[in-house]
Design a protein around this ligand. Sequence first.
Ligand SMILES: [Zn+2]
Length: 458
Amino acid sequence: MTSILVKGGIIVTMDSSQRILTDHSIIIQNGKFEVIEKTDEIRRDWKVDEVVDASGGIVMPGLICSHTHLYGMLLAGAKLDVHPPSDFTQILQRVWWPVDENLTLDDAYASALVGCLQFLKTGTTTFADTYSGPNSIEGVLDRIARAVNEVGIRGLLAFEATERHSKEEGERGIKENVRFALKMKQELRSRTLPLFSLHASFTVTDELIQSVRELASEYAVPITIHTSEGLGDLQHNIERYGKRTLERLRDVGLLASDVVLAHCVHVNDDELDIVAKYRAKVAHNPMSNMLNAVGTAPVPHMLRRGISVGLGNDGYIFDGFENMRAAYLVHRLISRDPNAIDAYSILEMATIRGAQLYGLADQLGSIELGKKADLIVIKPEMLPTPLNQDSVVGHLINSITGRDVRTTVVDGNVIMKDRMVLAVNEEKAQSEAQNAAAGLWQRLKTAKPQVEHVGPTR
Ligand SMILES: [Zn+2]
């Protein structure tokens, strides 16, 4: 494996001491951070294969997207001919569920390839994806993994199990997750990791939740589930079970430290206490929440309770810096409190907290000795004010965009250099994705909206 010297730049380590280093250099060897020392104290006899010059820029860990749907990429810009939805449940019924029905295995691969490229080109090196498609279940995680491996970043991959149509549909989804988890157990250095996913509490039965809980414990794989994203989830649980969403998930035995709850918008203080008690985690998706007009997750309240919150895009905007900025702004707006959330907490959500969500904080999420060497080098095209140790966090949240990311290292390999992706032909990937999207948009013209029914089919 190659060894790399990263020299110069301001290093925002995201370690537990919150160190921000200047005049330091990093040596990467065997895929890990081997040396982080003052540049003039580094031994001169280190033999390195490659030098990354970060001078004048910022070095930080690659961003972690805690919740995405790579296939969401195929809907970018689409003008769909549907009766305008008036709430989130109708957005699912009229937009997303018809999309899911029409996805093919080729669509999964094409969208994953271009999605991973967008992540790479805007600073994200690890993501957690859940794929949904009742007509493209078996083998789909291999197709997505192929795309992740070709681009060279990391992904936790799941099929989103649901019983929207039938009990059998839920079983097939779980089977695909188990198949992939067993396969990944054989591949120790893999950059793709297994994840179990349940769609949401309003499309799955207690039996399915319990079955996934048991399998996740048996295979030591984390679980994710959409939780109280729209009001429909809460209403369903109150009407059918007489409980709020987190109460039902607790009572059915799902909650534990390996569960990542995506969204948690419509949760009250008692539910947040439940999340904290069971040390479950939350993936916050501010831009998607705005797009779907569902409301805002009470993230400052979560942080005060010590709940780990990561940052996701829910398949919408792939530039992590845009998502960070949205998270920074929306909680100020909604609370009318300029101190609602600070810039460093947002950076943590997009890095080390994201790693904590999936039990990977000992390997990823910060620049520390012995951790896997995933980092980005940012060189802003233009900054109107000084970049230094004091201003770097403010610049990362307020000034930088994903396009300022110049060079990216994952697993000790340079995979993007001066914005050139080294392993994948970007034009070809883009053209394949455009063809896949055009085909999907065409099929959607004749697709029927899903029945106005919420809840699992028994
Ligand atoms: Zn989602």
